[in-house]
Write a protein that binds this ligand. Structure first.
Ligand SMILES: Nc1ncnc2c1ncn2[C@@H]1O[C@H](COP(=O)(O)OP(=O)(O)OP(=O)(O)O)[C@@H](O)[C@H]1O
Length: 256
């Protein structure tokens, strides 16, 4: 007999662009190739204020990417609902893999994401912020992973998304490159502010970037707790970040 999976999707349509992102996933089950059901998400509910930066952290396999895919609209087979900041707005996603077209230049890769209406837009400022001004004519094969990820970030911001989703965007980079890219992300996000939701395993990264961190339990995941960070980003030096990371680790055991 077919497994009794409930397939309910409710992507509600907010009426203006300054609404928060509201996520309430009250159930997500996968059916594996062998027919075995995997109960991935029990109850992930949170609100990300408009223009804020929210991060999801949780143990491996607890359903973070699944939650992100649901928010992105790539997976509609779940219970619950997602209310996006702007139903007509664009959503940008940055994945671990930069996913660039190898036969297109850096600039062509970025412009491909633009709608016809803004195809010819002057992107000089954006290229300058992300440090790619000299790389516009290069091809992806000529770029390091760090540079390719810059292109992926630039492409995401180029479309001026009303919602930006990031799935471990700086994983597998050396720490110096990752730190540089985090600073760059904050710079470009400050210049082109949008509601951002990121998934990471890296608590220090979350402390550097986020306004709020949502901690998830083991699978099937629920929200274990929320930590709000009020410290302005320009006052989050290395010492403060380390102290804050320790404070959080004391509050949520096992997160480091
Ligand atoms: N398409 C699928 N079919 C079956 N099971 C799946 C599928 N996608 C994910 N799962 C399972 O759902 C659970 C959650 O997966 P998900 O990738 O969302 O976790 P995650 O928290 O992002 O993991 P990680 O931190 O390791 O990247 C895992 O047990 C995974 O094996």
């Amino acid at each position: 007999m077919a497994p009794n999976l409930r397939h309910e999707t409710n992507i509600t349509a907010p009426t203006n662009a300054s609404r928060p992102l509201r996520v309430s996933i009250t159930g997500k089950t996968f059916e594996g190739a062998d027919g075995v059901l995997v109960h991935a998400i029990e109850d992930i509910a949170f609100e990300a204020p408009a223009g804020s930066f929210t991060t999801l952290i949780g143990p491996s396999g607890c359903g973070k990417t699944t939650a992100l895919r649901i928010v992105l609209g790539l997976d509609r087979h779940f219970e619950g609902g997602v209310s996006r900041p702007d139903p007509d707005g664009r959503i940008a996603a940055v994945f671990q893999e930069p996913r660039l077209l190898p036969w297109r230049t850096v600039e062509q890769n970025i412009r491909l994401a633009l709608s016809a209406a803004v195809e010819g837009e002057n992107l000089d400022d954006l290229f300058a912020i992300v440090g790619l001004s000299e790389m516009r004519g290069r091809f992806p094969t000529e770029l390091s992973l760090g540079l390719a990820r810059r292109v992926a970030l630039a492409r995401a911001f180029a479309i001026r998304p009303s919602l930006l989703l990031l799935d471990e965007p700086f994983v597998s980079l050396d720490e110096m490159t990752a730190t540089r890219l985090r600073r760059l992300l904050i710079e470009v996000w400050s210049a082109r502010r949008t509601t951002a939701l990121m998934v990471t395993h890296n608590l220090r990264e979350a402390v550097h970037l986020s306004d709020r961190i949502i901690f998830l339990t083991e699978r099937p995941s629920t929200v274990r707790g929320v930590h709000v960070i009020d410290q302005p980003r320009n006052e989050r030096d290395a010492e403060w970040r380390e102290a804050e990371t320790r404070r959080i680790a004391d509050k949520f055991s096992g997160v480091l």
